[in-house]
Design a protein around this ligand. Structure first.
Ligand code: HEC
Length: 190
């Protein structure tokens, strides 16, 4: 009597135990819930200046790929043209998740540096910001395009506040052009 009860209980428990085990062996990733998001910097038309930084959660030890085969520890992919990319995150146990992200194309620049910005700098600002000895030069060197670009956000702050040009003024169209130029990333090649 005792022996047969034991046999019965073994019959019932063994298949359950085997089932749980073989499920684990078949797909250790089945219970993972890896999810991917990304922060994206859009690209200018025809330029490879977009980027994408993935953020994976739901597991640990992630590496990342944007081509499905080469994995890197950094979640950032830069030098991207506008387009749709499939990012794959792989955790420490090679479980993966993939997600598509789109780097959008930035609208064409609305402001021409050559036609709208440099003339303001040269005609209005250079009397004080071009070379040593001028009153504004120790505060901001605006002598070259690259230096104008490096000072772009300071220029915008001073101009919008009406503090610059010192002793003078800009039209509202000129102020708007400077604000738009800075918002576009202050390009000096257009
Ligand atoms: C008449 C001289 C003069 C002119 C013209 C002038 N500035 Fe200035 N600028 C100064 C002086 C002086 C300072 C130092 C701060 C002050 O005295 O207000 C200065 C400071 C600055 C600064 C630095 C502010 C900071 O962060 O400390 C910026 C940026 C600037 N000017 C931009 C411009 C731009 C852009 C123009 C042209 C649209 C311009 N300035 C025209 C004299 C001038």
């Amino acid at each position: 009597m005792r022996a047969s009860m034991y046999a019965v209980s073994l019959l019932f428990t063994a298949p359950l135990w085997l089932g749980a085990c073989s499920e684990d062996d078949a797909d250790p990733c089945a219970s993972r819930n890896i999810s991917l998001t990304a922060s994206i910097t859009n690209a200018h038309e025809g330029e490879n200046d977009g980027s994408l930084t993935a953020n994976a959660s739901g597991s640990a030890g992630f590496t990342f790929s944007i081509d499905g085969s080469n994995f890197q520890t950094s979640p950032t992919f830069s030098g991207l043209a506008a387009g749709t990319y499939t990012v794959t995150a792989k955790d420490g146990e090679t479980c993966t998740a993939s997600q598509q992200f789109t780097v959008d194309e930035l609208a064409d620049s609305q402001v021409s540096y050559d036609a709208q910005i440099r003339p303001i700098i040269e005609d209005v600002c250079w009397s004080c910001h071009k070379q040593a000895g001028q009153p504004g030069f120790p505060h901001a060197d605006l002598s070259t395009d690259d230096k104008v670009k490096a000072n772009a956000s300071r220029i915008n702050t001073e101009v919008q506040a009406g503090r610059m040009p010192k002793g003078g003024s800009l039209s509202s169209a000129e102020k708007a052009a400077i604000a738009a130029w800075v918002a576009e990333g202050a390009p000096v090649n257009n």
